[in-house]
Write a protein that binds this ligand. Sequence first.
Ligand code: NAP
Ligand code: FE
Length: 365
Amino acid sequence: MKVNFSLPTSVQLGNDIIQQSSPQWIIGFKALIVTGKHSAIASGALKDITDCLEKEDIKYHLFDEVENNPTIKTCQAGAKVAKAKNCDFIIAIGGGSPLDAAKAIAVLATDVSAQNMVQNSFDTALPVIAVPTTSGTGSEVTCYSVMTREDLGTKLSFGNSYTYPKFALLDPKYTYTVGEKTTIETAIDTFSHLFEGYLSVKSNPITDIIALEGLKKFGEILPYLLKRQFTSDVREKLMYLSLLGGFVLSQTGVTVVHAMGYAYTYHHHTAHGAANGFLMNTYIGYLESIEPGKLAMAMSTIGLARNELKLALDDLLGLPPIIEADILEQYTQETLINQKSVENTLGGLTSKEILNLWQIQSKIN
Ligand code: NAP
Ligand code: FE
């Protein structure tokens, strides 16, 4: 048996956790608060954070320019502000996009070049406090930051031990304002982290236990997603699930599902979680011949057969964008850019097999 588990983030989940754990998470003299345009305000998280900072007489500056699927350019702009305002810690509020951007800003603000950052060639970063407002990415407990790479024509992650958030503060009420579509898409992202993590070559007995617990709970929450019934109890469970997904992902990484999903997002503007969901049945088909035993364990833990899961995902997400046959080779090459995620996939995927997966995918519509 081989076990490797390291998670340096201090995690707290609960109602009013920001107020209850303050000033423990205030770990500097001036904060750069990193957000998107609306959700930090709409969720109430920004006010809770700034109230706590003001109570402790801690200064802050707001950088609210993070777009969905953030670019390095945006993060460089954020780092410029952090440096100009002499911020010594970062508070990220939002979905995965602001959380990931904050990690990049934290690195770039210490004068690491963008090139060194994306190659994981750095050993400095400002400390980050992560406050998620979606239940999906688990970014609050991973070192990963996914950047849109216009230079490569895809998305690609970086991250090392310096990019783990210092604190992850999760209050389910911040997700009450997330709309139906994003609630579903982010929940599918969580499912994908649990499922891919359980079936990753880097899985180990500890990640397996967490992943199976998450998959069981996903099976229990699925009927509520299908009914579009998002009570406070459901929201709390989704946030807990997202955290479990993050724990798993932080150790196992993701697999070819995420690597292929970036093509949907980059070229068709598909939301990240939906992109993973669109690929799931194709991935399961591939795994049936590669790892039938572990796959069967995952499916029975969720409590669904392959076709039942497919029907549920079809109901939740609808049909994927149409992919033309002449683009499949290009998408295969872009998938291969996410080399680590491809390598994490069981069975040692070749480029020919990835092309085959894209061919199957192109025949769905
Ligand atoms: P997101 O891109 O952060 O946000 C999607 C939309 O939801 C935005 O319009 C956002 O508004 C809105 N939103 C967020 N919280 C809200 C709230 N409480 N109420 C109302 N609207 C809200 O979505 P995400 O799915 O959480 O993150 C996706 C990103 O994370 C992708 O770039 C993906 O590649 C990455 N990711 C990272 C990891 C990791 O380990 N680091 C893992 C998986 C995925 P605003 O713009 O106003 O904020
Ligand atoms: Fe994801």
